[in-house]
Design a protein around this ligand. Structure first.
Ligand code: MG
Length: 427
């Protein structure tokens, strides 16, 4: 008997037992039975239990993949990024906390882990990044167990496809010229994208006078303006352009760049200053009509509260492989919606993470746009490490998966050759 059949018979048996003797069942039983027939996947396998958790790392430990196993023939996959190097034993510790429990109580297991460290959950960094990967795998598992996509577990969807912007990664070039900015923007538009992102922080700019001081010189400011102006000129007024400064500059530079970019009508200016000081963000946001965006280095909904409360940012961008997971991502989006602040998640993960984030983006009204990476198109590794149906992206939109769970799987064999050598790989 297949798992689907056994779940279905479990539901039918329990439904019929529950209805036996109920007077209204004689009137409504036929309709109920027909409804059950049309939507037969509503039950929870009552004895589903977590049996094990395993993980693998690629990209020097910065990409963590976890797999949670059960006593039935289903598993869940999740991904964490950035703050994950060296966290193998943290994954194992979290696994011990959830073994033997039902993976269907996702929020409860999230809270159990979040509070399991010191200080009843006041955590950030590695702890939360690993929790994120585990929590995401629980959603995937719960969706597979119940036969529904994750967006359905999150309350349903506002949209069927997720608009993404192309991170051009021009950053990896040595001091790209304005012409390269223009070419890169045009390339993204030719691929069907309606929004692009560029990085402006260049430690090797010859106009920069000091390695540690990040006050942009007049020459640096001119270089930044010329680069973005060339991109704007190339794509015209109707393509969105985002600009990232990676939190490296200081307050006067942030204010100057935001003001200088106003004529170029950016979608946003991202992390002009480091992430820790929300009052500095507010100073910049108050000084300009350029929308200010931040949040990829903020953890949990608690971390976003002060940014929103004082109006420090115009757009928030939690990283959903890092900030606490899919449920926490939805809570952050809903919190920001109370402040009329749009939700534009950061995304530097694999296609598993992109689709996991897409389920959250589909489930909230204030979703603006999700990050997409040129590496999905140029680095073959990103297609080898996951398995999925259909196209990853179509004309600048991710088609939301309707498969049970996230809809994208880890391809362990494809990933193995890229795995970090000094850490156990799904063992
Ligand atoms: Mg950024």
């Amino acid at each position: 008997m297949s798992h689907k059949q056994s779940r279905r018979s479990f539901f039918k048996k329990s439904t019929m037992a529950g209805l036996a003797g109920a007077a209204w069942a004689t009137h409504f039983g036929q309709g109920l039975e027909a409804a059950v027939e049309k939507a037969p996947l509503l039950s929870s396998p009552s004895d589903l239990q977590i049996t094990d958790i395993k993980c693998g790392y690629i990209r020097n430990g910065h990409s963590l993949f976890v797999k949670i196993y059960t006593n039935q023939d289903i598993w869940g996959c999740g991904e964490g990024v950035d703050a994950t190097p060296g966290t193998y034993y943290l994954v194992k510790m979290f696994g011990e906390r959830i073994k033997g429990k039902s993976p269907l109580n996702v929020h409860r297991l999230f809270e159990d882990i979040r509070r399991s460290g010191f200080f009843e959950g006041a955590q950030s960094g590695m702890f939360v990044a690993v929790l994120t990967a585990v929590e995401t795998a629980l959603w995937d598992l719960a969706g597979k167990a119940l036969g529904v996509p994750v967006y359905q577990l999150l309350g349903g969807k506002f949209r069927d496809s997720i608009r993404v912007y192309m991170d051009t990664a021009l950053y990896q070039h040595q001091l790209p010229t304005p012409e390269q900015f223009a070419e890169s923007a045009s390339e993204a538009v030719d691929m069907g994208f309606t929004a692009v992102k560029f990085d402006l922080d260049q430690s090797n700019d010859p106009n920069k006078y000091d390695k540690y001081n990040w006050t942009a010189s007049p020459g640096e400011l001119t270089r930044m303006y010329d680069q973005i102006a060339a991109a704007r000129e190339a794509v015209g007024p109707n393509i969105d352009i985002c600009v990232d400064m990676h939190g490296r500059y200081d307050l006067p530079t942030g204010e100057q760049v935001a003001k200088m970019m106003e004529p170029l009508k950016l979608m946003w200016l991202e992390e002009p200053v480091p992430a820790e000081n929300v009052e500095a963000y507010k100073r910049i946001a108050d000084s300009t009509s350029t929308p200010i965006c931040a949040g990829e280095n903020v953890y949990l909904a608690h971390g976003f509260r002060p940014l929103l409360e004082i109006g420090a940012v115009d757009i928030i961008m939690p990283d959903l492989q890092k900030a606490g997971g899919l449920g926490e991502g939805q809570r952050i989006a809903n919190l920001s919606n109370l402040y009329y602040v749009p939700f534009a998640p950061h995304m530097v993960a694999s296609y598993l993470g992109a689709m996991a984030a897409s389920h959250v983006c589909a489930s909230v009204p204030n979703f603006l746009i999700l990050e997409w990476q040129i590496y999905f198109h140029k680095n073959p590794m990103f297609k080898e490490i996951v398995s999925y149906d259909g196209e990853m992206v179509v004309d600048g939109f991710i088609p939301l998966s309707d498969k049970p769970g996230i809809g994208v799987e880890i391809n362990e064999e494809g990933m193995r050759k890229y795995a970090d050598k000094d850490v156990p790989f799904f063992a």
